[in-house]
Ligand binder design. Structure first.
Ligand SMILES: Nc1ncnc2c1ncn2[C@@H]1O[C@H](COP(=O)(O)OP(=O)(O)O)[C@@H](O)[C@H]1O
Ligand SMILES: [Mg+2]
Length: 276
Protein backbone atom coordinates (compact mmCIF):
# COMPACT_ATOMS: atom_id res chain seq x y z
CA UNK A 1 0.00 0.00 0.00
CA UNK A 2 1.20 3.48 -0.80
CA UNK A 3 1.06 6.02 2.03
CA UNK A 4 1.51 9.78 1.75
CA UNK A 5 1.63 12.42 4.46
CA UNK A 6 1.19 16.02 3.40
CA UNK A 7 2.25 18.59 6.03
CA UNK A 8 0.87 16.44 8.83
CA UNK A 9 0.83 17.53 12.46
CA UNK A 10 -0.21 15.00 15.11
CA UNK A 11 -0.22 14.68 18.89
CA UNK A 12 1.15 11.73 20.79
CA UNK A 13 -1.58 9.05 21.15
CA UNK A 14 -1.67 9.62 24.94
CA UNK A 15 -1.54 13.43 24.76
CA UNK A 16 -4.38 15.78 25.64
CA UNK A 17 -6.32 17.52 22.90
CA UNK A 18 -4.65 20.86 23.67
CA UNK A 19 -1.11 19.45 23.76
CA UNK A 20 1.45 20.62 21.22
CA UNK A 21 1.85 18.28 18.23
CA UNK A 22 4.60 15.66 18.63
CA UNK A 23 5.19 15.60 14.87
CA UNK A 24 4.97 18.72 12.75
CA UNK A 25 4.67 19.52 9.04
CA UNK A 26 5.61 15.99 8.08
CA UNK A 27 5.56 15.39 4.32
CA UNK A 28 6.60 11.88 3.33
CA UNK A 29 5.71 9.27 0.73
CA UNK A 30 6.08 5.53 1.18
CA UNK A 31 5.75 3.66 -2.10
CA UNK A 32 4.12 0.26 -2.27
CA UNK A 33 6.68 -2.42 -1.40
CA UNK A 34 9.16 0.07 0.01
CA UNK A 35 11.11 -0.72 3.20
CA UNK A 36 11.94 2.28 5.36
CA UNK A 37 13.53 2.66 8.78
CA UNK A 38 12.70 5.62 11.02
CA UNK A 39 15.36 6.58 13.56
CA UNK A 40 15.73 9.38 16.09
CA UNK A 41 16.24 9.93 19.81
CA UNK A 42 13.50 8.97 22.23
CA UNK A 43 10.75 11.57 22.21
CA UNK A 44 11.48 12.58 18.61
CA UNK A 45 8.04 11.42 17.44
CA UNK A 46 8.64 7.97 15.92
CA UNK A 47 5.70 6.28 17.67
CA UNK A 48 3.40 9.21 16.93
CA UNK A 49 4.36 9.05 13.25
CA UNK A 50 3.54 5.33 13.04
CA UNK A 51 0.20 5.81 14.80
CA UNK A 52 -0.69 8.64 12.42
CA UNK A 53 0.09 6.49 9.36
CA UNK A 54 -1.88 3.60 10.90
CA UNK A 55 -5.02 5.80 11.24
CA UNK A 56 -4.77 5.13 14.96
CA UNK A 57 -4.79 8.87 15.58
CA UNK A 58 -6.19 11.66 13.49
CA UNK A 59 -3.76 14.34 12.28
CA UNK A 60 -4.44 17.74 13.86
CA UNK A 61 -3.36 19.31 10.55
CA UNK A 62 -2.40 18.14 7.08
CA UNK A 63 -3.56 15.13 5.08
CA UNK A 64 -2.86 11.44 5.17
CA UNK A 65 -3.47 9.44 2.00
CA UNK A 66 -3.58 5.65 2.01
CA UNK A 67 -4.19 3.76 -1.22
CA UNK A 68 -5.35 7.02 -2.84
CA UNK A 69 -7.93 7.75 -0.13
CA UNK A 70 -7.99 10.13 2.80
CA UNK A 71 -9.00 7.69 5.57
CA UNK A 72 -10.42 10.54 7.68
CA UNK A 73 -12.69 11.78 4.90
CA UNK A 74 -14.35 8.48 3.98
CA UNK A 75 -17.21 6.57 5.61
CA UNK A 76 -16.65 4.53 8.77
CA UNK A 77 -16.93 1.35 6.73
CA UNK A 78 -14.33 2.52 4.21
CA UNK A 79 -12.02 3.52 7.09
CA UNK A 80 -12.45 0.01 8.52
CA UNK A 81 -11.55 -1.46 5.14
CA UNK A 82 -8.36 0.63 4.97
CA UNK A 83 -7.43 -0.28 8.55
CA UNK A 84 -7.93 -3.94 7.62
CA UNK A 85 -5.08 -3.65 5.13
CA UNK A 86 -2.52 -2.34 7.57
CA UNK A 87 -0.88 -3.80 10.61
CA UNK A 88 0.48 -1.66 13.44
CA UNK A 89 2.82 -3.66 15.68
CA UNK A 90 3.28 -1.61 18.87
CA UNK A 91 6.49 -1.86 20.86
CA UNK A 92 4.57 -3.69 23.60
CA UNK A 93 2.07 -5.91 21.81
CA UNK A 94 -1.41 -5.84 23.35
CA UNK A 95 -1.77 -9.58 23.90
CA UNK A 96 -4.60 -10.72 26.19
CA UNK A 97 -2.77 -12.28 29.18
CA UNK A 98 -4.77 -15.47 29.51
CA UNK A 99 -4.78 -16.26 25.81
CA UNK A 100 -2.69 -19.05 24.27
CA UNK A 101 0.09 -17.94 21.96
CA UNK A 102 -1.49 -19.76 19.02
CA UNK A 103 -4.73 -17.79 19.40
CA UNK A 104 -2.86 -14.52 19.74
CA UNK A 105 -0.86 -15.12 16.60
CA UNK A 106 -3.89 -16.16 14.57
CA UNK A 107 -5.75 -13.07 15.79
CA UNK A 108 -3.36 -11.18 13.49
CA UNK A 109 -5.45 -12.53 10.61
CA UNK A 110 -8.79 -11.32 11.98
CA UNK A 111 -9.29 -8.27 9.76
CA UNK A 112 -8.95 -10.52 6.73
CA UNK A 113 -11.39 -13.18 7.88
CA UNK A 114 -15.16 -13.37 7.79
CA UNK A 115 -16.92 -12.76 11.11
CA UNK A 116 -17.88 -16.42 11.29
CA UNK A 117 -14.31 -17.62 10.69
CA UNK A 118 -13.05 -15.14 13.32
CA UNK A 119 -15.51 -16.34 15.96
CA UNK A 120 -14.88 -19.95 15.14
CA UNK A 121 -11.11 -19.51 15.41
CA UNK A 122 -11.50 -18.33 19.03
CA UNK A 123 -12.78 -21.79 19.97
CA UNK A 124 -11.17 -24.00 17.32
CA UNK A 125 -7.93 -22.36 16.21
CA UNK A 126 -7.45 -23.17 12.55
CA UNK A 127 -4.16 -22.56 10.83
CA UNK A 128 -2.07 -23.94 13.70
CA UNK A 129 0.72 -24.83 11.27
CA UNK A 130 0.61 -21.30 9.96
CA UNK A 131 0.97 -19.90 13.48
CA UNK A 132 3.83 -22.27 14.19
CA UNK A 133 5.61 -21.23 11.00
CA UNK A 134 5.19 -17.54 11.87
CA UNK A 135 6.55 -18.19 15.38
CA UNK A 136 9.49 -20.18 13.98
CA UNK A 137 10.57 -17.07 12.07
CA UNK A 138 11.26 -15.52 15.47
CA UNK A 139 12.61 -18.65 17.20
CA UNK A 140 9.64 -18.96 19.52
CA UNK A 141 7.68 -21.86 17.96
CA UNK A 142 8.10 -23.92 21.13
CA UNK A 143 5.69 -21.54 22.90
CA UNK A 144 2.79 -22.31 20.54
CA UNK A 145 0.41 -23.50 23.27
CA UNK A 146 1.86 -21.44 26.14
CA UNK A 147 -0.25 -18.82 27.85
CA UNK A 148 0.76 -15.28 26.96
CA UNK A 149 1.18 -14.21 30.60
CA UNK A 150 3.79 -16.94 31.08
CA UNK A 151 6.14 -15.43 28.50
CA UNK A 152 9.16 -13.20 29.10
CA UNK A 153 9.11 -9.66 27.67
CA UNK A 154 11.30 -10.71 24.74
CA UNK A 155 9.17 -13.75 23.96
CA UNK A 156 6.07 -11.59 24.05
CA UNK A 157 7.68 -9.15 21.65
CA UNK A 158 8.54 -12.01 19.29
CA UNK A 159 4.97 -13.37 19.48
CA UNK A 160 3.77 -9.86 18.56
CA UNK A 161 5.98 -9.95 15.48
CA UNK A 162 4.76 -13.43 14.53
CA UNK A 163 1.25 -12.02 14.76
CA UNK A 164 2.23 -9.34 12.26
CA UNK A 165 3.64 -11.99 9.95
CA UNK A 166 0.44 -14.07 10.20
CA UNK A 167 -1.60 -11.11 9.01
CA UNK A 168 -2.03 -10.45 5.34
CA UNK A 169 -1.50 -6.69 5.53
CA UNK A 170 -0.14 -4.63 2.69
CA UNK A 171 1.34 -1.98 5.00
CA UNK A 172 3.29 -2.97 8.11
CA UNK A 173 4.06 -0.32 10.72
CA UNK A 174 6.42 -1.81 13.28
CA UNK A 175 7.47 0.14 16.37
CA UNK A 176 10.89 -0.69 17.82
CA UNK A 177 10.61 -4.44 17.29
CA UNK A 178 14.02 -5.25 18.76
CA UNK A 179 13.90 -3.41 22.09
CA UNK A 180 13.70 -6.58 24.21
CA UNK A 181 15.74 -8.92 21.99
CA UNK A 182 19.35 -10.07 22.18
CA UNK A 183 21.53 -9.31 19.11
CA UNK A 184 21.15 -12.74 17.47
CA UNK A 185 17.38 -12.78 17.78
CA UNK A 186 17.23 -9.13 16.76
CA UNK A 187 19.03 -9.99 13.53
CA UNK A 188 16.72 -12.94 12.91
CA UNK A 189 13.65 -10.82 13.63
CA UNK A 190 14.62 -8.02 11.28
CA UNK A 191 15.51 -10.35 8.43
CA UNK A 192 12.24 -12.28 8.89
CA UNK A 193 10.28 -9.03 8.74
CA UNK A 194 12.06 -7.61 5.70
CA UNK A 195 11.97 -10.93 3.82
CA UNK A 196 8.24 -11.46 4.47
CA UNK A 197 7.38 -7.90 3.44
CA UNK A 198 9.42 -8.28 0.26
CA UNK A 199 7.83 -11.62 -0.66
CA UNK A 200 4.37 -10.10 -0.26
CA UNK A 201 5.19 -6.81 -1.96
CA UNK A 202 4.01 -5.08 1.24
CA UNK A 203 5.27 -1.74 2.48
CA UNK A 204 7.30 -1.88 5.70
CA UNK A 205 7.93 1.14 7.92
CA UNK A 206 9.92 0.27 11.00
CA UNK A 207 11.13 2.52 13.81
CA UNK A 208 14.43 1.42 15.27
CA UNK A 209 16.61 2.32 18.18
CA UNK A 210 19.52 0.41 16.63
CA UNK A 211 21.01 2.77 14.06
CA UNK A 212 23.45 0.16 12.69
CA UNK A 213 20.58 -2.27 12.01
CA UNK A 214 18.54 0.47 10.34
CA UNK A 215 21.41 1.32 8.01
CA UNK A 216 22.29 -2.31 7.25
CA UNK A 217 18.78 -3.68 6.73
CA UNK A 218 16.80 -0.84 5.14
CA UNK A 219 17.50 0.91 1.83
CA UNK A 220 15.94 4.19 3.01
CA UNK A 221 16.29 5.88 6.38
CA UNK A 222 14.30 8.77 7.81
CA UNK A 223 15.77 10.71 10.73
CA UNK A 224 13.26 12.41 13.05
CA UNK A 225 14.30 15.14 15.43
CA UNK A 226 11.94 17.06 17.70
CA UNK A 227 8.96 16.03 15.57
CA UNK A 228 10.50 17.17 12.28
CA UNK A 229 12.11 15.23 9.44
CA UNK A 230 15.83 15.92 9.78
CA UNK A 231 16.76 13.76 6.78
CA UNK A 232 15.20 11.25 4.41
CA UNK A 233 17.90 9.56 2.34
CA UNK A 234 19.17 6.23 1.01
CA UNK A 235 20.91 4.52 3.93
CA UNK A 236 24.23 4.55 2.07
CA UNK A 237 24.16 8.37 2.25
CA UNK A 238 23.81 8.63 6.02
CA UNK A 239 27.02 10.05 7.50
CA UNK A 240 28.39 10.10 11.01
CA UNK A 241 27.85 13.87 11.11
CA UNK A 242 24.17 13.48 10.22
CA UNK A 243 23.74 10.97 13.02
CA UNK A 244 25.54 13.21 15.51
CA UNK A 245 23.28 16.11 14.58
CA UNK A 246 20.21 13.87 14.80
CA UNK A 247 20.99 12.66 18.31
CA UNK A 248 22.63 15.96 19.37
CA UNK A 249 21.92 16.03 23.11
CA UNK A 250 21.32 12.29 23.37
CA UNK A 251 24.52 10.87 21.95
CA UNK A 252 24.37 8.03 24.45
CA UNK A 253 21.32 6.77 22.53
CA UNK A 254 23.27 6.82 19.27
CA UNK A 255 25.81 4.36 20.58
CA UNK A 256 22.86 2.69 22.21
CA UNK A 257 22.63 0.98 25.51
CA UNK A 258 22.71 -2.75 24.78
CA UNK A 259 19.20 -4.16 24.72
CA UNK A 260 18.30 -6.06 27.85
CA UNK A 261 19.42 -9.65 27.38
CA UNK A 262 16.55 -12.03 27.08
CA UNK A 263 17.27 -14.05 30.17
CA UNK A 264 13.98 -13.64 31.96
CA UNK A 265 12.57 -17.10 31.50
CA UNK A 266 10.75 -16.93 34.85
CA UNK A 267 7.03 -17.16 34.19
CA UNK A 268 5.28 -14.09 35.43
CA UNK A 269 2.52 -14.55 37.99
CA UNK A 270 -0.78 -15.46 36.34
CA UNK A 271 -3.12 -12.48 36.18
CA UNK A 272 -5.62 -12.49 39.04
CA UNK A 273 -9.13 -11.46 38.06
CA UNK A 274 -11.15 -9.61 40.68
CA UNK A 275 -14.85 -9.95 39.98
CA UNK A 276 -17.51 -7.86 41.63
N1 LIG B 1 2.29 9.72 27.43
C1 LIG B 1 2.40 10.89 26.80
N2 LIG B 1 1.48 11.85 26.95
C2 LIG B 1 1.57 13.01 26.31
N3 LIG B 1 2.57 13.34 25.46
C3 LIG B 1 3.51 12.43 25.27
C4 LIG B 1 3.49 11.16 25.91
N4 LIG B 1 4.56 10.46 25.51
C5 LIG B 1 5.23 11.25 24.64
N5 LIG B 1 4.61 12.42 24.50
C6 LIG B 1 5.04 13.55 23.64
O1 LIG B 1 5.16 13.09 22.32
C7 LIG B 1 6.49 13.31 21.85
C8 LIG B 1 6.87 12.20 20.89
O2 LIG B 1 6.79 10.96 21.55
P1 LIG B 1 6.91 9.60 20.77
O3 LIG B 1 6.09 9.66 19.53
O4 LIG B 1 6.62 8.51 21.75
O5 LIG B 1 8.45 9.59 20.36
P2 LIG B 1 9.44 8.36 20.19
O6 LIG B 1 8.64 7.19 19.76
O7 LIG B 1 10.42 8.83 19.16
O8 LIG B 1 10.09 8.13 21.51
C9 LIG B 1 7.35 13.40 23.10
O9 LIG B 1 8.49 14.18 22.92
C10 LIG B 1 6.39 14.05 24.07
O10 LIG B 1 6.39 15.45 23.89
MG1 LIG C 1 8.46 5.25 20.53
Amino acid sequence: MKATLNTVDARHPAARQDAAPAIRTISLTFEQGEQVAVIGASGSGKTTLLHAIACALKPSAGTLTLANQNPWAVSGRALQAIRGQLFLAPQTPPLPPRQRVVTSVLAGRLPHQSLWASLRSLFYPSGITEAETALAHFDVADKLFERVDRLSGGERQRVGLARALASDASLYLVDEPLSALDPTRAQLAISSLTTAAKERGATLVCTLHQVDTALASFPRVIGLRDGLVAFDVPSAEVTRDMLHALYANKLNELNGPAPAPETIEQPSQPAVMHCR
